[in-house]
Design a protein. Structure first.
Ligand SMILES: Nc1ncnc2c1ncn2[C@@H]1O[C@H](COP(=O)(O)OP(=O)(O)OP(=O)(O)O)[C@@H](O)[C@H]1O
Length: 537
């Protein structure tokens, strides 16, 4: 294919060889940029969704996956092999007129992702140069934010799903369900817009394709949770490890995290244990953590160290504790009540000679027994309990009342949005961190407080090393950060505050730990923070 004068093959732009007849039909990158700006310009969720829906109605089915992925903040390709520094340092004269099509940009991103081996750095540079010289200034800025992950706000997923429902004229619940079961936003969007409700309803759990895990909402106390859910509950230990979803199909066993990142290679001991179970196929949900010799949980960092590694670090062994079974030997259990799923799980694990572990818990306890489970969990070094409605189906991806977590300390998972240079003992260290709660409507995190409490010297050193790479603004006082890191904060409660934009401020916030297993889209919302106004401790 002949390169154009700027070294950019013609098929990558909306003009040239595309031909006049279908030219009009191609969605331009500029239209996605405009929709993204419209989404950012309003706080109203319905207006955000309407802006996206309008664009989706114009898009062809094969453009829908890229358009929806980008508006939710992600390229379609999981790894592009282009670093943040490279992208933010690109300087190319912007194009005068918007001509890049969605197809063209996606083709370049696909090529970037596929480029490896000798000469790949130079090839990537050429591809990026071509892409950025063909982009207008606004498009360049959008591309940098898309490729550096700065556009990614988990809450946008929900807005895009609403938009898909509106554009396809199908119920939002049908879109959401298909998304939770397929784990793929672009795939769900394409299904909705091409096949409608029937195609969405045909989406099923598939062994080998992870589903979004069901989540728990905070219960204010054990008594409240029991009063809310009644007697038909199970009270289980809440272990402080990492969520795992394990799929087995014959001898093939694969493992995913709660963000649906595959970690099969890093956790061979979990793979072995599930492969030894007496079944052909299964989808198990559970928590895994590292225990020390007397069975007490090791530090959370030890468990997480196994999740960051590309290959296994055999010095820290993980134990699985399964608490749900979504599929067994050809039978989907998702829509069965929890009681039936637990029976099936007990049957599967009881027959296992290798003692794969089950989450400790008591079904239908009286209040004293329930309090005993909580006391036992805490005495064994765990976080608390989860109270679960035995009649509830598995609501993939939902944080509902059917599972309620009860912990003696309030903790919030918040986004780190800035950090200040410390003074005194902390001088020269990025110390006081700015904490943001997630805006459920997809906006920027809402600042709710600051803290430097609970930080070890090691953590301060780590922040000082890591934050400059995440900085979006450098100031004399410190840095403003791209919203990428999630930190778990213990609080005594929250109070009303006119100083903070959300009207609430944390009381006695202290760092428990960073949460590399969570994305900003999974941080607690400003509503969850406001919810603590009612329950000061
Ligand atoms: N018995 C259990 N049943 C369900 N989840 C459990 C259980 N024990 C531990 N967990 C963990 O608790 C999480 C449920 O709490 P939640 O949905 O709020 O996630 P989380 O924000 O990671 O929790 P937290 O921040 O309180 O640790 C699950 O994702 C799982 O990782």
């Amino acid at each position: 294919m002949p390169p154009t004068t700027n070294g950019w093959p013609e098929r990558f732009t909306g003009g040239g060889n595309v031909g006049a007849t279908c030219d009009d039909a191609l969605v331009l990158l500029a239209e996605v940029v405009a929709a993204s700006a419209a989404v950012a310009a309003t706080r109203a969720r319905t207006a955000k969704a309407a802006a996206i829906a309008e664009l989706l109605r114009r898009a062809d089915p094969d453009e829908v996956p890229a358009v929806t992925a980008w508006l939710a903040g992600d390229p379609l390709q999981s790894r592009l092999g282009v670093g943040w520094r490279t992208l933010t340092r690109l300087e190319h004269e912007p194009a005068g007129e918007p001509a890049l099509t969605v197809h063209a940009v996606d083709a370049v991103l696909a090529e970037l992702a596929a480029t490896s081996g000798a000469g790949s750095a130079a090839r990537r540079e050429t591809l990026l140069a071509g892409l950025f010289s063909a982009a207008t200034g606004e498009e360049q800025r959008f591309l940098v934010r898309l490729l550096t992950g700065e556009l990614r706000q988990g809450a946008l997923e929900g807005v895009v799903l609403d938009a898909v429902a509106a554009a396809a004229d199908v119920p939002a619940a049908a879109v959401r369900r298909a998304f939770m079961l397929s784990g793929s936003l672009p795939g769900t969007a394409a299904t909705a817009l091409t096949g409608g409700v029937a195609a969405l309803e045909a989406v099923r759990l598939e062994v080998g394709r992870p589903v979004h895990p069901m989540l728990a909402s905070p219960g204010s106390s054990l008594d409240d949770a029991l009063a809310d859910l009644g007697a038909d509950v199970t009270v289980e230990f809440k272990l402080d490890g990492a969520r795992v979803q394990v799929h087995r199909d014959g001898d093939d066993v694969r493992v995913w995290t709660r963000t649906l990142r595959e970690i099969t290679e890093a956790v061979p001991e979990l793979v072995e244990r599930v492969r030894a179970l007496p079944c052909r196929s299964a989808v198990l949900d559970g928590e895994t953590l590292a225990l020390d010799d007397d069975g007490r949980p090791r530090a959370f960092q030890d468990t997480m160290s196994r999740f960051g590694a590309a290959t296994a670090d055999e010095s820290v062994l993980l134990s699985p504790f399964f608490f749900d079974l979504l599929h067994l030997d050809g039978r989907d259990l998702l829509d069965e009540p929890l009681a039936a799923r637990l029976d099936a799980l007990a049957g599967l694990l009881a027959a296992d000679e290798h003692a794969v572990l089950r989450m400790p818990g008591v079904r239908r306890p009286d209040p004293a027994q329930a309090a005993g489970v909580l006391a036992d969990a805490l005495a064994a070094g765990h976080e608390g309990v989860v109270v679960k409605d035995l009649g509830a189906p598995y609501a993939a991806g939902r944080r509902g009342r059917a599972w309620q977590k009860v912990k003696p300390v309030h903790t919030l998972d918040l986004v780190v949005i800035g950090a200040e240079w410390g003074y005194g003992r902390r001088s020269g260290k990025l110390s006081n961190i700015h904490l943001g709660a997630r805006d459920p409507d997809g906006g920027e995190p809402v600042m709710v407080g600051k803290t430097f409490k609970g930080m070890t010297d090691e953590l301060l050193a780590w922040q000082t090393r890591t934050f400059p790479d995440l900085a979006r603004e450098q100031h004399q006082w410190g840095v403003l950060l791209r919203p990428e890191l999630v930190v778990e904060i213990a609080v005594d409660g929250v109070q009303r505050s006119p100083r903070y934009p959300g009207g609430v401020a944390l009381r006695f916030a202290r760092v428990v730990r960073y949460r590399p297993d969570k994305t900003p889209g999974q941080a607690d919302t400003i509503e969850a923070v406001r919810g603590l106004l009612a329950s000061p401790r």
